[in-house]
Design a protein around this ligand. Structure first.
Ligand code: AKG
Length: 273
């Protein structure tokens, strides 16, 4: 569980890095899974590996997705999440944010919760786990402390093909001079609010920068598929409408979420949520 001070940091700044570090066994598993998904999915650039906890079409077996799902169930992570969003926790998406050495793409200033996310009340946090050391040199996440309090800001879809996220906020909407680097050592993780303004630079260094992000929502919200607003594709689709929902902890408190109870079917790339 997070300390009182850590919870306060999240409330005031929109991002917290818990003092707790993930254990070596978990990090060993996560590193091996990350290397495997990159190696076994050459058709998708490492910057765009959406929801590796789902079995994609073409995977030789489900040991990869099962492995990522096991990480998502780890109590060390869920305890921290519970401190912020309560005991009923749904996993609805995940992503490997891998910036390969020298070629890793930029992520523009954006808020996560502005791209047609369907849950009502709108509520979600991201757990960003550093698979590799993440530094200013290799393109660590940057954020504007307190910017989550600005609420939903106007944004545009970018048509640039050199970005790993295609939603962009005009930097007149916030004070970019207050940006802070989210420097993490492998095994550390941060949790950020869905309205936190954040970005990251291209990786021009010789060191890879990979992170695994879990998107989790409180089960008090309803993942209402009729609310999905499809965004223009930035080459690799993120299918919000068909994202399977997994209850990681607690109960479906709102009672209307279609929680997965059996095996998930293999998904086509265009259906990856
Ligand atoms: O990996 C990054 O640099 C940014 C991550 C991000 O945009 C997110 O977790 O929503």
């Amino acid at each position: 569980m997070l300390t009182h001070e850590e919870k306060q940091t999240f409330e005031e700044e929109g991002l917290v890095v818990p003092g707790y570090r993930l254990p070596d066994d978990l990090m060993g598993d996560l590193r091996a899974l990350t290397d495997r998904v990159i190696a076994e999915t050459p058709q998708i650039p490492p910057d765009f590996l959406f929801s590796p906890h789902l079995p994609w079409a073409g995977q030789k077996d489900t040991s990869l997705s099962d492995g990522f799902m096991a990480i998502c169930h780890r109590p060390e992570i869920l305890d921290a999440v519970e401190s912020l969003i309560g005991p009923d926790i749904i996993l609805w998406a995940s992503r490997i944010f891998c910036k390969p050495a020298r070629t890793g793409l930029e992520i523009p200033w954006h808020q996560d919760g502005t791209s047609g996310w369907p849950m009502r009340p709108l509520a979600s946090v991201a757990v960003w786990i550093a698979v590799d050391d993440s530094t200013a040199e290799n393109g660590c996440m940057r954020y504007i402390p307190g910017s989550h309090k600005l609420g939903e800001l106007p944004f545009e879809f970018s048509s640039r093909t050199d970005l790993a996220v295609n939603v962009e906020i005009d930097n007149r909407e916030f004070d970019a001079s207050t940006a802070r680097d989210n420097v993490l050592e492998s095994g550390q993780f941060s949790i950020h609010h869905m309205f936190l303004v954040h970005s990251s630079q291209p990786n021009l260094s010789g060191k890879r920068r990979a992170g695994f992000a879990m998107r989790v929502m409180p089960a008090t919200s309803h993942y209402d598929r009729s609310n999905v607003v499809e965004s223009p594709s930035n080459r690799y689709d993120f299918d919000l409408a068909n994202a399977p929902l997994f209850l990681l902890r607690g109960v479906d408190a709102c009672g209307r979420n279609d929680i997965v109870t059996g095996p998930v079917e293999s998904l086509d790339l265009k259906k990856i949520g």
